[in-house]
Design a protein around this ligand. Structure first.
Ligand code: AMP
Length: 328
């Protein structure tokens, strides 16, 4: 069985975009792959979070992933900082990672531009830490978005370079994995673009019914169609895309027909959409709250995940030490 590994950024709560664009695919993946999901809290140190932030965000994200259906019996879910073996591999990879190539990474250059006062070595070596995360589990596939493509190239380069330096066929080159056609782009409801945390337009899985309703009722619309079968402008098309994602086929067809015959009432459409989003989120929300109220369980799941991940990581590391010439 192939191994798939995915890092999860511990940045806030999951929204519908995260769910339909990524998390739903992870939940499916755990049935078909040897899956590792880790919360990338070491990576988050580049922005200097407080100890409180660190503790809270790791637990929150763990609770949300579990609530979405990640099953610790099927997949190994762990917190990166619980697996110190990764750091040793990070050190070895760093010895053969060169300043020039690290400085050329686009996401690094962007950070240099955006935060000139905090260009730390962790930012520079982000790709080596990511490569260590991947290579320590000898992952075959890594689900990534476009923004991570260059880091994946670096991971492949570091794997090849290690093999060449030590004349071994040890690390395999991890492939980028793009989700199947089932991953959809979830639009924002503020007129254009996609749903995102930084866009300020996200509907979170943990949002309660009233919050969902408030967010949906604020969605941008227009004066309505004036001709039958008129093409939908973006804000309206976005509302329909949301209906397609969370509502039944009948509901979608009903409002689509109303639109095409110029009878659509956006207020009714939004009310229905808010209700359907709530129906979708309610069981997940309930499970999130259950997990969050049981920190003992969360900590136990994290500990068990770390144990499994460490065992596997330690086996890789023993071989790496041997290859390099250290005691295994
Ligand atoms: P982010 O929270 O922005 O780091 O996103 C994490 C992952 O969630 C991304 O790599 C995407 O796969 C997915 N994602 C985020 N927003 C959306 C969206 N609006 N539509 C589809 N997928 C999304």
């Amino acid at each position: 069985m192939q191994t798939v590994l995915s890092g999860i950024r511990p940045t806030g709560n999951l929204h519908l975009g995260n769910y339909f664009g990524a998390v739903r695919s992870f939940v499916e993946m755990q049935n078909n792959y040897n899956s590792y999901f880790f919360i990338a809290d070491w990576h988050s140190l580049t922005t200097h979070p407080t100890p409180e932030d660190i503790r809270r965000s790791a637990r929150t994200i763990l609770a949300e992933y579990l609530a979405c259906g990640i099953d610790p019996e099927k997949a190994t879910i762990y917190i990166q900082s619980d697996v110190p073996e990764v750091l040793e591999l990070y050190l070895y990879l760093n010895m053969n990672a060169y300043l020039g190539e690290l400085e050329r990474v686009t996401s690094f250059k962007e950070k240099v531009r955006k935060q000139p006062d905090n260009v730390n070595a962790g930012l520079l070596t982000y790709p080596t830490l990511m490569a260590a995360d991947i290579l320590i589990h000898k992952a075959d596939k890594v689900p990534v978005g476009k923004d991570q493509e260059q880091n994946m190239e670096m991971a492949r380069l570091f794997a090849r370079r290690f093999n060449r330096i030590y004349n071994v066929e040890f690390f395999k080159e991890p492939e980028s994995f793009h989700f199947s056609e089932k991953a959809v782009k979830v639009p924002g409801l503020d007129g254009s673009g996609k749903m995102g945390k930084s866009e300020g337009n996200a509907i979170y899985l943990k949002d309660d019914e009233a919050t969902i309703k408030k967010k949906v009722m604020k969605a941008v619309t227009d004066a309505g169609p004036t001709e039958p079968n008129q093409e939908k402008p973006e804000p309206i098309a976005n509302l329909f895309t949301m209906l397609e994602i969370v509502s039944s086929r009948e509901t979608y067809d009903f409002f689509n027909e109303q639109y095409n015959t110029c009878q659509v009432r956006y207020g009714d459409l939004k009310k229905q959409l808010a209700a359907d989003i709530n129906t979708f989120c309610a069981p997940i929300r309930e499970r999130i709250n259950e997990y969050l109220s049981n920190t003992e369980l969360l900590d136990r799941i994290a500990r068990q995940g770390a144990e499994k991940a460490r065992e596997h990581a330690a086996a890789t590391l023993r071989e790496v030490r041997q290859i390099i010439g250290f005691h295994a």
